[in-house]
Design a protein around this ligand. Structure first.
Ligand code: FCB
Length: 513
C-alpha cells in the first residue's frame, strides 16, 4: 500500500471511530508495531546551517564563516552564506513549538557552535551560552528533550589559522577537551543527551585531502584525511572520558555518543562471492573507520593491511581510551553504494579510498542507479540502507545501542518554489515510509535501536550546495521574518510516530515570523 493510501485508510478508520485503538500512544501505526520503551523521536539541525547571527553575541569566526565569505571561488553554490541562514538565533522561541506541533517530536537534536560559546582567548562567552540555555529551556517547556552535539564542522577559524587544527597532532585533543569542558559546565544541567561530533568521515574527507569541497578546504594528499580522522577520534575519546568523570561527579547527565556516516555496500553482482566480500571491505573502510576504534580500540584490520603506514597508529594508552568510548552510536543514513573488487591497484596517493574496491552510487548496475534519485547527487532512496548500516554496526562491532542519527531526502530548490510545488512532497513520504520499514525490521531482528532523528526539522544551508538542496520537513526561505510551512512529510511522520490525535495530514501550519 502506498503512503498516501495508508494515510487515507487511517483517516477513514479514524472517522469510523476505530483509529483510537489503532493509534494508541505506544504504537507505530505503520503495521501497528510496538516501539520500545523510551524510544526517542526527534528532528535534527546544526548551528551553521540554521542559526544565522554569524557575528552576534560576541560570536567569533568559524571555518565555515570564513569559507563562505571567500566568495568567487565556487565554495558554496551561488556564493550563498549562512550569515542569516534560517535566523534561528532570533526565531527559536517560535520555531521550537512549531517543530513540536508539526512533527510531534519528543527530542530536539541540535548542535552547539563552538564559536558562539567560547571567546577568541578561550573563555566562556556568556551571551552565547545564554542563547543555548534559553533555547533548551524553551524546548523543555514544549515537551522536548534535547540532544546536544559539540561539533558539527564549525571549527574556530583561529585554530585553523594557527595550527591547521584537525591535522595538527596533539593540540586539537587538548583544545577540543577544553571546549567540551566549557560546554559540560555551562549546559550540563540542561542537555539530556550528548554527541561529541557529527560525521568525522565527512568533515575529514571533504575538509582535508585530495577531495576537498568543505571548509576549511585544505587540499593535499590522502594522508591529511587520515590524520584528521585520527585526531578527531582522539579528541572524541578525550571528550567522552571527561564526560564520564563529570557524570560521576553529578555535573552532567544522560548518555554520550557519536554520529557517523557511510554508505553501506550492496554487491554489484549479488551472486558473486568476491562482490559479497567486497561489501564487508567497503563497510569497514567507510563505517568501520570510526566504529572500529570506538568499539574495539583500533582501526579495522583490513584498513591496516591495505594502507600500511599511511594509516596513523594509536598508542596502547590511546587504544584503551578509545575502546568503548560511547554509550550509543548514531548512524547517519543517506544512500548505499554498489561495490565490486577493484580492477586497478589498491593504494595510490590520489585515491581517496584506497580500499581495494570500486564503488558506485550514481553509476549503473545493468543500467540501474543504486536507488531512487533525489534532488542531490549523492542522496538515493535504496530500501535497505538504514537496516544494512545498523546491522553492520551491531554485528561487526557489537554496538550496544544505536540510533538513526540522521536520515532525509533532498528536494531540489524547494526553498524557492511556490507552496503548491513543495508542500505535497509524496516522494519524501515514500522515503520515510521506506526508512520506517527499516526501523521496524531492525527492531524485529533485535538490533538495539533506541531512536530515530530525521534530517532536518527545517530548510537550511546544505553546505556547499547552498539553499538549492532542501532536506527540511518544514519549509522556510533563508533570511529574516520568513514564513514556516510544514510539508506533508512532516504530517506523515507525526502521524506514524505519535498519538492518533495528531493525524492532520492536510492541516498545514503557516507560521509568520
Ligand atoms: C549530513 C550532514 C548534515 C546535512 C545532511 C544532509 O551529512 O551531517 O549537516 O548536511 O548530511
Amino acid at each position: 500500500m502506498g503512503a498516501l493510501a495508508t494515510l487515507s485508510l487511517l483517516l477513514a478508520l479514524r472517522a469510523a471511530g476505530v483509529a483510537g485503538a489503532l493509534l494508541s500512544p505506544d504504537f507505530l501505526f505503520l503495521d501497528g508495531e510496538l516501539l520500545p520503551d523510551g524510544f526517542s523521536y526527534g528532528c535534527g539541525t546544526s548551528a551553521y546551517q540554521i542559526e544565522g547571527a554569524w557575528n552576534e553575541d560576541g560570536k567569533v569566526e568559524s571555518v565555515w564563516d570564513h569559507f563562505a565569505h571567500d566568495k568567487g571561488k565556487g565554495h558554496i553554490a551561488g556564493d550563498q552564506t549562512g550569515d542569516l541562514a534560517m535566523d534561528f538565533r532570533h526565531t527559536y522561541k517560535k520555531d521550537l513549538p512549531l517543530f513540536r506541533r508539526a512533527l510531534g517530536i519528543n527530542l530536539y537534536d541540535f548542535t552547539i557552535a563552538w564559536t558562539r560559546v567560547q571567546t577568541a582567548d578561550g573563555k566562556p562567552n556568556q551571551r552565547g551560552i545564554e542563547f543555548y540555555r534559553d533555547m533548551m529551556k524553551t524546548a523543555a517547556e514544549h515537551g522536548m528533550q534535547t540532544s546536544c552535539t559539540l561539533y558539527h564542522w564549525d571549527l574556530p577559524q583561529r585554530l585553523q589559522d594557527k595550527y591547521h587544527r584537525w591535522i595538527s597532532k596533539g593540540n586539537i585533543t587538548r583544545d577540543f577537551r577544553d571546549y567540551a569542558e566549557l560546554a559540560y559546565n555551562a549546559l550540563g544541567d540542561l542537555c539530556d543527551t550528548w554527541v561529541t561530533m557529527n560525521e568525522p568521515h565527512s568533515f575529514c574527507s571533504e575538509g582535508y585531502g585530495p577531495d576537498t569541497e568543505s571548509a576549511p578546504g585544505y587540499a593535499g594528499p590522502i594522508d591529511l584525511t587520515y590524520q584528521c580522522m585520527h585526531n578527531a577520534l582522539l579528541a572524541h575519546s578525550a571528550a567522552v572520558q571527561l564526560f564520564r568523570e563529570k557524570k560521576a561527579q553529578g555535573k552532567v547527565r544522560g548518555k554520550i555518543g557519536i554520529k557517523l556516516d557511510g554508505s553501506p555496500g550492496v554487491p554489484l553482482n549479488s551472486s558473486s562471492q568476491a562482490d559479497i566480500e567486497a561489501v564487508t571491505k567497503n563497510n569497514d573502510f567507510g563505517i568501520g573507520w570510526v566504529a572500529g576504534p570506538i568499539t574495539s580500540g583500533d582501526y579495522p584490520p583490513v584498513m591496516r593491511t591495505a594502507m600500511g603506514d599511511t594509516l596513523p597508529k594509536f598508542t596502547e594508552q590511546e587504544k584503551a581510551l578509545l575502546k568503548g568510548s560511547y554509550d550509543f552510536i548514531g548512524f547517519d543514513a543517506y544512500t548505499s553504494q554498489w561495490v565490486t573488487p577493484t580492477k586497478g591497484k589498491c593504494v595510490s596517493d590520489s585515491d581517496a579510498w584506497p580500499s581495494c574496491i570500486d564503488s558506485f552510487d550514481a553509476r549503473p548496475r545493468s543500467n540501474q542507479l543504486i536507488g531512487r534519485p533525489t534532488g542531490s547527487s549523492w542522496n538515493f532512496q535504496q530500501d535497505t540502507t538504514v537496516y544494512d548500516g545498523l546491522k553492520y554496526l551491531h554485528e561487526r562491532w557489537g554496538a550496544k545501542e544505536l540510533i538513526v542519527g540522521e536520515n532525509g531526502m533532498a528536494g531540489l530548490n524547494e526553498t524557492q518554489l511556490p507552496i503548491n510545488q513543495f508542500v505535497r512532497d509524496a516522494d519524501r513520504i515514500e522515503w520515510y515510509r521506506s526508512t520506517l520499514l527499516n526501523v521496524k525490521r531492525a527492531l524485529h531482528d533485535g538490533i538495539p535501536l533506541t531512536g530515530f532523528v530525521p534530517w532536518s526539522c527545517i530548510s537550511n544551508l546544505e553546505w556547499s550546495s547552498g539553499y538549492y538542496n532542501d532536506f527540511g520537513l518544514i519549509r522556510a526561505k533563508p533570511g529574516r521574518n520568513q514564513t514556516r510551512t510544514p510539508k506533508q512529510s512532516a504530517a506523515y511522520l507525526k502521524g506514524v510516530l505519535t498519538r492518533g490525535n495528531s493525524i492532520e495530514p492536510y492541516n498545514f501550519v503557516h507560521q509568520e515570523l
